[in-house]
Design a binder for this molecule. Structure first.
Ligand SMILES: *Cc1c(COP(=O)(O)O)cnc(C)c1O
Length: 399
């Protein structure tokens, strides 16, 4: 058998072959867990030569990684055509922090999408503010209009598309074009789409961030993050991450690689079930709006159709009236949907979303309370029956 080459291949093939270089796997199908802190050298001369070698992809000291982490990082790079490299982090939030700190310095300004994940907002108003980095929020639907917000101090634009709470799909190519014209760096939280549905670097994004905790791992049992960089952005990302002492455990990286191998088939099932359920909800009288990027009722649906290769399994909906108690009755009645944060695992989840709380420059005018569903790998028909029971409980409390 020959080693896989760089020739173009479908995503399902890529996730199976990626990162399995023989020097790391030693011929074992999956790169094993290489645990290490100390690496031993043959001589003083060898030790000194080791310090001068590029620490990436060469054993040097455990904090700089082993073949287990490099295998996953390389696999993620190869899912993003045009990317230079990937660094792994012990969580998605750690990945967001390192990406931002690799770009921003005191006195700089960050443009942050108003629909961003709440911990990203907290990082901007907390850590970044303390370092003298200002944040301006922008409307997720701003598109090319972002050009008007770019000032002399603007150093970076952070996007999340679709937003993981309210699902607005951003016009990423228009924002990237405006940023490039002014020498501004673009970052995208690509956790919802993954590179399989939205190859971010190919769309001109400079730093593509994943909470691998979600679809890469896929089993709700590991915290993991990654940042994949376009050419010219990787060295600074890696230096910043080493200076922060970031290292992901080889065991967690191994579980990430294990998850990645089945990601294409898992995502296809998440996509099909989520779309079937979203369509079913659209026809229900209790529901005012379904916020699924593949449906026209979702803001930015036209960009989804234009730019994405597919959808995944997370979406929201807004009740037609009702209050917090009716929504709680709906969620509490569900038997197959767990109540908990995170998503991307094999199991379905439902949580209440109070989007207006996390807004600075845009407002929401929702007809009723909002719910976010993560559609897992259970049978879609069973999930619909469960939702049916939940809606009956909603009606009973709403009156
Ligand atoms: C979960 C999530 C993160 C953070 O990932 P963790 O691994 O939980 O730290 C970042 N962005 C989005 C969109 C997420 O859903």
């Amino acid at each position: 058998m020959s080693e896989p080459t760089d020739r173009p291949m479908a995503d399902a093939t890529r996730v199976v072959t990626a990162g399995r270089r023989k020097e790391w796997t030693q011929g074992i199908v999956s790169a094993p867990v290489w645990r290490a802190s100390t690496i031993l050298y043959d001589s003083v001369a060898d030790l000194r030569a080791g310090a001068k070698r590029d620490p990436h992809h060469r054993l040097f000291y455990g904090r700089k990684g082993t073949p287990t982490q490099w295998s996953l990082a390389d696999a993620l790079t190869s899912l993003e055509p045009g990317a230079e490299g990937t660094f792994l982090y012990p969580s998605g939030v750690a990945a967001i922090a390192a990406a931002l700190l690799s770009v921003l310095s005191p006195g700089d300004e960050l443009l942050l999408v108003d629909s961003a994940y709440d911990p990203t907002r907290s990082m901007a108003t907390g850590l970044l503010a303390r370092l003298g980095i200002a944040t301006r929020y922008y409307d997720p639907m701003i598109g090319a209009g972002i050009a008007d917000l770019i000032g002399d101090k603007t150093r970076a634009i952070f996007m999340e598309s679709p937003g993981s709470l309210t699902f607005e799909v951003q016009d990423v190519p228009a924002i990237v074009a405006a940023a490039k014209a002014r020498g501004v760096v673009t970052l995208l939280d690509n956790t919802w789409a993954t590179p399989l549905c939205f190859p971010a670097i190919a769309h001109g994004v400079d730093l593509s961030i994943l909470a691998c905790t979600k679809y890469i791992v896929g089993h709700s049992d590991v915290m993991l993050g990654s940042v994949t960089a376009a050419p010219g952005h990787f060295a600074r990302l890696r230096d910043t991450s080493f200076q922060l002492g970031q290292v992901t455990s080889p065991d967690d990286a191994w579980l990430g690689s294990r998850g990645l191998r089945t990601m294409a088939v898992r995502l296809a099932q998440h996509r099909d079930s989520a779309l079937a359920i979203a369509r079913w909800l659209t026809d229900r009288p209790e529901i005012a709006t379904v916020l699924h990027p593949a449906l026209p009722s979702c803001p930015g649906h036209e960009y989804f159709v234009r730019d994405f290769k597919g959808a995944t399994g997370l979406f929201g909906f807004v009740f037609a009236g009702g209050d917090d108690a009716a929504r709680a009755a709906f969620i509490d009645t569900l038997e197959l949907f767990g109540i908990g944060y995170s998503w991307g695992g094999f199991e379905s989840l439902a949580i209440p979303i109070d989007a207006a709380r996390y807004r600075s420059v845009t407002t929401r005018d929702d007809a009723g309370p909002m719910v976010r569903l993560q559609i897992g790998l259970e049978d879609a028909g069973d999930l619909i029956e469960d939702l049916e029971r939940g809606l009956a409980a909603f009606r009973e409390v709403r009156g």
